[in-house]
Design a protein around this ligand. Structure first.
Ligand code: SF4
Length: 472
């Protein structure tokens, strides 16, 4: 473990009661050792970074790491293979590029000093990669998500949240990841009186057709920051020291008790609204919109997206995408929670050239391409826990993946590559051997339909299951 696996050297906890929840998660200031070197995770507000920042990441990754940049399922980036002794230089380069947490300023600096590593850790607000661009969105979440990020980083007590503690802010876009459980989720909904945000705890909003939770209550958009603040304080007030996530709190306290406690922090009513128990998202979410070109709200502008193989970019590809953003887009890139890249604000006449360039860079822009339907964790080349080389096996499977089938290959039960439950999961049990799970209502990966399959056997079995969906 690196020396950097500590709080920022510049700060100290202001309050003995502000106990940090321990974490083995990588962060920008907490480089965590893996089999292929250190991992440095860069949290991106709204998944966004500038082309110049992307170029810095590419350069720093070459100088201080293995030149492999990974996209995460929270729309962040991580540099893999950080070399021993290079940690401080890598971190300095990234912070100089503005990729660290917001610097302490004003009242925050004077009264309460938050360790920079904690301020970095809590920057977990998921929004649509098409926020502010999606023509079907009910609400542009750009400003509101920035307010929430500021709140998380500046209120000293929130340094006590686990680095895994995460919020989701759904503006009703069609391109939305609504199957990731979040500790607090909020979703825009249209009412007779205008847009409101419904919210829930420890789960996902129910989609149009699938399972998920109904909503607890609704608030005005302007009340969202106060609501979130109240819920976070409530979590810290009530949760046991070893409780990392909202679901842990809800195992010990009823939702009504949590809301009742949160009410003490806000001056608007905060009780469960039974009429929202069956609330459903009105607009179906469509993950395929992350790929290819799609019209934005402003006529004549498009977002164009592509998926790198198994969520990894080499430095040349990252530089290539950054150059495209600079020359053809608005100079920014957006990472998506499907481990893909989206370039916003492409003019209509530039769309064909951008698509061609993305394809030439090795990014899949068509949902029919198998690379868009496969995810795999780091596997045995990058993780000591993995029982198989999931990345290499996923590439083998790509050649025979049946149409329309999404598969997740996981080296162990921890499921690092997928916060959601994939339709099919291949769980490694030995090198080149996997148990196959099919998603159903049971917990975990679902129903185990076959054991000890080679990749070839897994491809055959998937083909069979797709053709005869009722067979097991
Ligand atoms: S899922 Fe398991 S094997 Fe794969 S990266 Fe995570 S801990 Fe390692």
């Amino acid at each position: 473990m690196s020396v950097l696996n500590q709080a920022s050297p510049s700060t100290a906890l202001p309050d003995a009661a502000l106990a940090l929840r321990p974490s083995a998660c990588p962060g920008l200031l907490r480089i965590v050792a893996a089999r292929d070197g250190g991992i440095c995770r860069i949290k991106l507000p709204g998944g966004e970074l500038s082309a110049a920042q992307a170029a810095v990441i590419a350069d720093a990754s070459e100088q201080h790491a293995a030149g492999v940049i990974e996209l995460t399922n929270r729309a962040n980036l991580q540099v893999r293979g950080v070399r021993v002794g290079h940690e401080a230089a890598l971190i300095a380069a990234l912070i100089d590029a503005g990729l660290g947490p917001a610097p302490a300023t004003g009242a925050r600096q004077a009264s309460t000093l938050i360790p920079a590593s904690a301020a970095d850790d809590v920057r977990n607000v998921m929004v649509s990669p098409a926020a502010g661009r999606d023509p079907f969105a009910l609400f542009d979440t750009t400003q509101l998500s920035a307010e929430l990020l500021t709140l998380l980083q500046t209120e000293a007590r929130f340094a006590g949240l686990s680095p895994k503690f995460a919020l989701s802010l759904d503006g009703g876009e069609r391109l939305a990841r609504v199957d990731h459980p979040h500790d607090v989720w909020l979703a825009a909904t249209q009412t007779e009186d205008g847009v409101r945000f419904v919210f829930g705890l420890g789960g996902c909003p129910a989609a149009v057709t699938n399972a998920g939770a109904g909503a607890l209550a609704a608030v005005l958009p302007s009340q969202v920051p106060d609501l979130v603040r109240a819920l976070l304080h409530t979590f810290l007030d009530l949760a046991a020291a070893d409780a990392m996530r909202m679901r842990h709190l809800l195992a010990a306290h009823s939702v009504d008790a949590v809301l009742q406690h949160a009410q003490t922090y806000v001056d608007f009513p905060l009780s469960r609204d039974p009429s929202l128990a069956n609330w459903r998202r009105a607009t179906p979410a469509d993950a395929t919109l992350r790929l290819g070109a799609h019209a934005q709200r402003v006529v004549g502008t498009w977002h164009v997206g592509g998926q790198p193989p198994l969520g990894r970019l080499d430095t040349a590809t990252l530089r290539g995408v950054a150059t495209l953003a600079q020359q053809r887009g608005n100079g920014t890139l957006r990472m998506t929670p499907w481990q893909s890249v989206l370039l916003p604000d492409i003019a209509s006449d530039a769309v064909p050239a951008v698509l061609a360039a993305m394809n030439a860079l090795g990014l899949a822009c068509d949902p029919a391409q198998p690379g868009t339907r496969l995810i795999a964790c780091a596997g045995s080349t990058g993780c000591a826990k993995s029982l198989a080389d999931t990345k290499a096996d996923a590439l083998l499977l790509a050649d025979r993946l049946p149409d329309g089938v999404d598969v997740h290959l996981s080296g162990c039960q921890r499921s690092c590559a997928a916060a959601h439950r994939a339709p099919y999961t291949l769980l490694a049990v030995a090198p080149g051997a996997y148990d196959l799970y099919r998603r159903d209502a049971s917990p975990g990966f679902g129903d185990c339909v076959a054991h000890q399959l080679t990749i070839e056997q897994a491809a055959d079995m998937l083909e069979h299951l797709v053709r005869s969906p009722s067979d097991a």
